[in-house]
Write a protein that binds this ligand. Structure first.
Ligand SMILES: *Cc1c(COP(=O)(O)O)cnc(C)c1O
Length: 424
């Protein structure tokens, strides 16, 4: 991995820090220059190469060149790919127009008609839709498993299982999967393990260090961090797989755009700082929510009472647990509605990972189409609220949540009566 240590850090320090024992500081340092090339006289910040095509000379014809056409590769996109690979200590990274574009390319690379994929049951809705409603038309079979127990993955393996795809923490309940345990059974079966690491980023969790083959990112979320560029990335140490992913990208046309790549690389410069601050703010807000009478439950891996606390400490770096918190407001949908209506500072959107605190009500928003029993089976109750904690002073977020919860409960009784009347 490229390192730029100009000062005197002893090689022992560097070795310890690279041996999976990576401190947030080492990652913060790395994030500031990751992907950058060039030397004296070059621009400190790389440019945005918008050109769709690149000059060749007669001698090049027929031989491979680094840049020929921007559907295949582009210098601004390559800078982002180097940056993400360096951050995760990986050999390679391939980026796409969106997170789902990345997932589509991964599945088209690994799965053919008759092949089988295992999906963690608590997984991003778009991933479920891609497998259930699109790939199924091409003869790809799938099984959902509760991946909290690696034995469930083991039991679901079939001779034609080529891919196991999990997400930890899960959205929006923050249930964790033991990546190391799932990696063991997946590897033994000769399949590929992909982990959607969108919620934590390489600053908090490094799936490849835990035995996964591919880290999957919607860079649209925390990595770009400012809600200004869609993007997706697949990070891997398997260079043969990376070549296959690039072939699929060239063949299907899903590459990241240069402008979005540039914005995403700029986001990476402050990624460690943002994630650290968002994790700290999230913990403070989660602790406050835990003491509130009108809050039935709080899900956050940083809380001492989190059911998988030991696993959180094992697989998350530096006791940081990311910016996403979810909680159950008492009073069901009516209280939830009034709470959302009452928020003054936090923004109500279907999104996570931006600099502002964002709020989602999964039962009526992201999972509105999912039948109640199916929602509740994965822990999405009517009162569940998801927070993506931003960079505000947490005291301001707490006071906004406090006034909104108070108003929700003042109206709760009246709303319940109305709901009961409407249901008749
Ligand atoms: C948003 C998201 C995706 C999809 O990414 P897009 O960039 O919106 O296509 C995948 N996984 C997770 C966990 C996400 O939050």
């Amino acid at each position: 991995m490229a390192r730029h240590d100009h000062h005197s850090v002893s090689s022992t320090d560097i070795n310890t820090r690279d041996a999976g024992n990576v401190t947030p500081l080492a990652l913060a340092t790395r994030a500031l220059r990751a992907g950058r090339q060039g030397g004296r006289g070059d621009a400190l910040v790389g440019g945005i190469v918008q050109s769709t095509t690149f000059l060749q000379d007669g001698d090049d014809v027929g031989s491979p060149v680094e840049f020929a056409y921007s559907r295949c590769s582009n210098p601004t996109v390559s800078e982002l790919e180097r940056a993400l690979a360096e951050l995760e200590g990986a050999e390679d990274c391939v980026t796409f127009s969106t997170g789902l574009g990345a997932e589509t390319a991964l599945m088209l690379t690994l799965l053919s008609a008759g092949d089988h994929v295992i999906l963690g049951s608590a997984i991003y809705g778009g991933t479920t839709r891609l497998v259930q409603q699109v790939l199924s038309r091409f003869g790809v079979e799938h099984t959902f498993v509760d991946a909290r127990d690696a034995e469930n993955v083991q039991r679901a393996l079939q001779p034609r299982t080529k891919l196991v795809f999990i997400e930890s923490p899960a959205n929006p309940t923050l249930v964790l999967t033991d990546i190391e345990a799932v990696a063991k059974v997946t590897r033994a079966a000769g399949a590929i393990l992909a982990v959607d690491n969108t919620f934590l980023t390489p600053i908090v969790q490094r799936p490849l260090d835990l035995g996964a083959d591919v880290s999957v990112y919607s860079t649209t979320k925390h990595i770009e961090g400012h809600s200004t560029a869609l993007g997706g990335a697949l990070v891997t140490r398997n260079t043969e797989l990376a070549d296959k992913l690039r072939f699929i990208r060239k063949s299907t046309g899903g590459i990241q755009s240069p402008l979005n790549a540039w914005l995403t690389t700029r986001g990476i410069r402050t990624l460690a700082l943002r994630i650290r601050e968002q994790s700290r703010n999230a913990l403070r807000i989660a602790r406050w929510l835990s003491t509130h009478d009108d809050v039935a439950k709080v899900h956050y891996p940083g809380l001492e009472r989190f059911p998988q606390r030991a696993l959180a400490l094992k697989q998350h770096i530096g006791d940081l647990h990311g910016g996403v918190v979810s909680f159950e407001l008492r009073g069901g949908v009516p209280a939830g509605r009034e709470f959302l209506r009452s928020l003054e500072l936090c923004s109500l959107v279907e999104h996570v990972g931006s600099v502002e605190t964002l709020v989602t009500h999964p039962a009526t928003m992201t999972h509105g189409d999912v039948p109640r029993h199916q929602r509740e089976a994965v822990g999405i109750t009517d009162g569940l609220v998801r927070l993506s904690v931003g960079l505000e002073d947490p005291v301001d977020v707490i006071s906004d949540l406090d006034q909104a919860i108070t108003r929700a409960h003042a109206k709760k009784a009246a709303e319940r009566e109305l709901a009961a009347a409407l249901a008749k």
